[in-house]
Design a protein around this ligand. Structure first.
Ligand SMILES: Cc1cc2nc3c(=O)[nH]c(=O)nc-3n(C[C@H](O)[C@H](O)[C@H](O)COP(=O)(O)OP(=O)(O)OC[C@H]3O[C@@H](n4cnc5c(N)ncnc54)[C@H](O)[C@@H]3O)c2cc1C
Length: 602
């Protein structure tokens, strides 16, 4: 019998990033007891890395902005596969959530008259991103955390949840282990909020931290919940490409928002060569107009570097593939050029983009105020995730809620920059509130001791084996395969090869062995993460195979065009006895008032 410690909470929040912290605060405000579990130390969640800003139509910089424009931009960016009710709630509630954060002590950059400053970002019609230089996530986490720790929330740091516990269909708890000593912990609760972030570690080139191993996606799936839109993985156009040790680290879109331009090896500003029809009316057709937009000219249209991420990433890949890339396999991103336009440009760049300045100086010995950066696409964000009800954030099984990057629906086929941080605040709050109500109405459930013992035993099995593959080998093979076969450009045959590969890696993962003991053992932790990565990889691949068209973040060489019929369904995945079931779920007809907004915005 494996021994474990037990903890009781009304609401258990798994994940302490922006979504988890906001959910915990909201649940606590309802007067229930809250437990908050996270893999790393409090304050170290991935949200801390967010750079460019949080999108909210505060209209501080351009009074033409409002929730309707934000809603319309989000839907267009997501190619209309978004859950429109989520997009509505998000656009309506984001300004209030940002002001509330300010009230809790977040210090945003200011306009000259002392209001929250907002910057340009891809796909947003007006300057909309509230920011703190290029360290917005740090400030957001700091403010949320300061607020949360005064709410009487119990935190369980450096603890990884490995399974959700069910009473019948309902989720009533979770089993985890503490990373330091490897001791098991059972959490009993009335409701669980998943806020575990993304899955970028399933790919080899990624901006995501070690925590992004798809845990929430996998926990929900194995508990019987549905996943949605898993085919849509955002490849951010600008990650570092050189030196190799830093490949994939993000270069914020804020660089382009401040005037950075993309150039190929011939010095051509190639983004002007391919402007999609959907955005033609909103995009500058010459460099001079683009620069006026950056300078705040309200009659100018945005430069093509600020088109949506899916499109910019594909244009970069085209330049590289056709031999016009930079020496290390990327293209050039140039912010230094604004010296031609502005006196004091170097100081301005350092002030607006301090992290980028230090990142390139320290990691690549490049001074971005004088030299061009080399950049290329990097796996950045999962649009897909746990399928939730738009208003309550409850998953398709009772007692389970999800918010933030691990939840799906809001972003459709492509997320606009800045819309994640606002997503965390809006839907984190909703998830926490509704989870608390659910827990209060339903009380706790019965913990299945047999399930606890069985899962704990399975977790320890890698110690009992020797001579089989180690976890890092399997992880690396999976990452390379996903990058090469289910990456930014996809086609049927390669994805079928990937699917077979995933299934055979799963067999090997079942036999994986680790050395040492349970005391802080990263090999063992990786062995346990493998199952999550493989579940997510399979979901991405199966959904990408099912969507036989190119739309948003999914580009299929064998189906290079959009298919109107495919624009009317989402792809939903669920665990059944035979394996992973894939189905097409028709998109509910949009409310007429929302449809009118989209028509009015053109
Ligand atoms: C470099 C970078 C810059 C970005 N910049 C922006 C930006 O400017 N604007 C924007 O809108 N978006 C940005 N994004 C995206 C955004 O930061 C993320 O989508 C967002 O922070 C995710 O927040 P979250 O609360 O969902 O998850 P996270 O902040 O990742 O938190 C996940 C939490 O879950 C915990 N966890 C995970 N698995 C388990 C488990 N099994 N058991 C227990 N705990 C677990 C982790 O420890 C962590 O506490 C950026 C992303 C990157 C990588």
């Amino acid at each position: 019998m494996t021994q474990f410690d037990s903890f009781d909470h009304d609401v258990l929040v798994i994940g302490a990033g922006g979504a988890g912290l906001r959910a915990a605060i909201a649940a606590s405000a309802e007067g229930v007891s809250v437990g908050l579990v996270c893999k790393s130390l409090l304050g170290k969640a991935h949200t801390v890395m967010a750079e460019g800003g949080v999108a909210a139509s505060l209209a501080n910089v351009d009074e033409r902005d409002n929730w309707k424009v934000h809603f319309s931009d989000t839907m267009r960016g997501g190619q209309y596969l978004n859950n429109w009710r989520m997009a509505e709630l998000h656009a309506r509630e984001a300004p209030e959530r940002v002001r509330e954060l300010e009230g809790w002590g977040a210090l945003f950059d200011r306009t000259k008259d002392g209001r929250i400053l907002q910057r340009n970002f891809g796909g947003h019609a007006y300057p909309r991103l509230a920011h703190v230089g290029d360290r917005t996530g740090l400030e957001m986490i700091r403010a949320l955390q300061d607020h949360a720790i005064h709410q009487g929330i119990d935190t369980h740091m450096e603890c990884t949840v490995v399974t959700l516990l069910r009473d019948g269909q309902r989720v009533v708890g979770a089993l985890g282990y503490d990373r330091e000593r490897g001791r098991f912990r059972v959490f009993r609760c009335g409701a669980v909020v998943l806020a575990t972030g993304g899955l970028g570690r399933a790919f080899s080139v990624t901006s995501n931290s070690w925590e992004y191993t798809a845990d929430g996606h996998s926990l929900a799936y194995h508990a019987g919940a549905e996943l949605i839109d898993m085919e849509f993985i955002q490849f951010h156009p600008t990650g570092m490409v050189w030196p190799p040790s830093v490949r994939g680290i993000l270069v914020t879109e804020g660089v382009r928002g401040e005037g950075g331009i993309l150039l190929n090896k011939d010095g051509r500003r190639f983004m002007f060569d391919d402007i999609p029809e959907l955005y033609r009316n909103q995009t500058a057709d010459n460099a001079e107009e683009g620069w006026r937009y950056i300078q705040g000219d309200r009659n100018a249209r945005r430069p093509p570097e600020l088109l949506t991420r899916d499109h910019v990433a594909r244009c970069i890949v085209r330049e590289i593939k056709e031999g016009r890339g930079s020496p290390h396999g990327g293209v050039f991103l140039d912010i230094a050029w604004i010296r031609e336009k502005l006196p004091g440009a170097a100081e301005l760049i350092k002030k607006k983009l301090p992290s980028m300045y230090h990142q390139f100086k320290a990691l690549a010995d490049i001074d971005i105020t004088e030299e061009r950066m080399e950049v290329g696409p990097t796996t950045h964000y999962a649009m897909g995730g746990v399928r939730v009800d738009a208003d309550t954030q409850m998953a398709s099984i009772p007692g389970l809620f999800a918010a933030g990057e691990c939840a799906g629906g809001l972003h459709g086929a492509n997320r606009l920059g800045g819309n994640s941080l606002s997503d965390l605040l809006v839907f984190g709050k909703r998830a926490g509130t509704f989870a608390a109500n659910f827990a209060r109405d339903n009380g706790g459930g019965r913990i299945d001791e047999d399930q606890v013992q069985r899962v704990a035993r399975e977790c320890l099995e890698p110690f009992e084996r020797s001579g089989t593959d180690g976890p890092y080998l399997i992880q690396r093979e999976l990452q390379q395969m996903m990058q090469n076969l289910v990456g930014i450009v996809r086609q049927e045959q390669e994805m079928r090869e990937a699917l077979n590969g995933i299934l055979s890696l799963r067999e090997r993962a079942r036999q994986v062995s680790v050395e040492g003991n349970r005391d802080y053992n990263p090999g063992w932790h990786t062995a346990l993460d493998l199952g999550n990565l493989l579940t997510a990889a399979e979901a991405v691949t199966r959904a990408a195979l099912e969507r036989k068209e190119s739309r948003g973040a999914q580009f299929r060489e064998d189906y290079p065009n959009k298919d109107e019929a495919a624009g009317r369904f989402n792809i939903v995945l669920r665990k059944v006895d035979e394996g992973m079931q894939v189905r097409r779920e028709p998109i509910a007809e949009m409310r007429p008032d929302l449809r009118r907004i989209i028509e009015e915005m053109g």
